[in-house]
Ligand binder design. Sequence first.
Ligand code: SF4
Length: 506
Amino acid sequence: MSYLDQKEPPRREDRLKACIAYGGSICGMADRQKRCLQDDGERCFTQGSICLLLPGIAILNSIPDSVTLLHGAIGCGSCAHSQNANVRSGSGLRRGKVKDALWLSTALNETDVIGGGEAKLTEAIREADRRYRPSAIFVVSSCVPGIIGDDIEGVVERVQPQVNARIVPIHCEGFKTKVWATAYDAIYHGIGRVLLGEPEEYQPVLVDELGELKEKYRLSRTVNLMNVSSMGRGDEQELARLLRSLGLDVNIFPVFAHPEEMYKATQAAVSVSVCPTHDDYFLKYLQEKFGVPYIIKHMPIGIANTGNWIREVADFFGFQAQAEKLIATEEEEVQAALEEFRPVFAGKKVFVSAGEFRALATTQLLAELGFKIVGIRSFHHDEFAEEEYPKLAAYGEDFPFSIANAQPFEEANLLQRTKPDLFLGHWCSNATATKLGIATHVIYNTGLNYIGYQGAYELARRLYRQLKNPSFSKKLSRYARLPYTKQWYEADPFKYIKAVGSEPNV
Ligand code: SF4
């Protein structure tokens, strides 16, 4: 039985035994005898967490001709405002039309908590359909309906015959999980259950025999390039360029894909993940139900990683020789272009913070560029990154490694100890480092390039500029203060972590 036969996806804590609390070192992670996961430790003090609605809404709002209907308290949709620039620019670049995120909320209040929110949801779905005539309505369930027990599927079943749009329930109840990557499963779960249809529905319309052969040939060389918003348009174009160099066609899925065209994902020759943290849930389903095999191993950030990513795809199609030629040409070009930056990077200390796979892959790129790695913080850990730790340990020097779902107090302590020249952190998470006077750069921004050979060069170029002139952070640190005491900076940064079966060191 597939997970998608159930109404809701499981939590990643249960499905993958994902971990959110660990403090140790990179060699400690690499040397573990136990090749499965860390015990899911907890903190006895925590500064905050990340709701899965944050990545969830970012993906849904990119879907053209759709409405995202948040069923919950009005504040649950607030992150949509900060993400709208990406929706506007992404729509313009991909579909030639600038479009704002279209999201509504049932704005549940105290009365609804007592009386239930199903009537409001029913009316909101009808109103969204009447007002916008969308192709799809994503009904996103947040904490309140999860707690009071609203039957989202029951409402959808009753209302579906009355509206034109296809209604897609998405379960993003924030209280259910501390692993925000569960959002990817939740989105894929809804799309897979409602928008892909059944295999027999998608027989190609055949005009003539030649047309049939051409279409079969095209599909036999089409790759699903999976993107749940970890790539901006520039990064998508870079990977499409590399795949087309091998004679392959590309279907980018699911961000910015029209609901009525999502079935195309079921017809490709193979699906290729760009970030293994994101896609396993859906890729396994595509293989089981539609017979589309998948590749989920490397993240093409970094020169060696990009080469390995290309090799995996080329192996599938039997294009090894063409791939080696392509990789050799690209590497020669990018290495030559990077020469001017290397003297500035050599031996500079860097600390990296992001989602697990992105943090590890970016660290490998930074090591390739000549940086000295002094620390990594990942938001969570699961099985997909196991092979990456020995690669980093092989660079020879041990350094602190932390798994933390947004714990800036631990980060501040680690930064004071390791004193990096540069910090690469996620959106909104560079403030601590900047206030400490460290030059920073964002590790993910859909308006910038990070992926492939072009991404390696573009990131190096930006870091070079940042290191040449770090005066913003230096000046800010003279006036801005962090709230931590001298005692905290001298304490064990991981003292509040409590592994299963042990007591915290407090
Ligand atoms: S944690 Fe719950 S209440 Fe808070 S934003 Fe997420 S879904 Fe809404």
